[in-house]
Write a new protein. Sequence first.
Length: 71
Amino acid sequence: MASRSPTSLQLIGIALAFIGLGLEYWAYQLSGSLSSQISSMVTGADTDEVIMCYIAGAVSFILGIYFITRK
């Protein structure tokens, strides 16, 4: 059987999945920073930058998985 080469959407999906994982890791690192911890102690919530990185990472990863598994 001939192997199937990945389509451009699958390659974009792989890139989006890796970008999503990278953004999630970056948000995790940002949440441990001193300024974020002080802000969290004062307000009781994470900073907007951390929340936006978590959301963008999750959306990117989910879209990436969708494009990879799409037929």
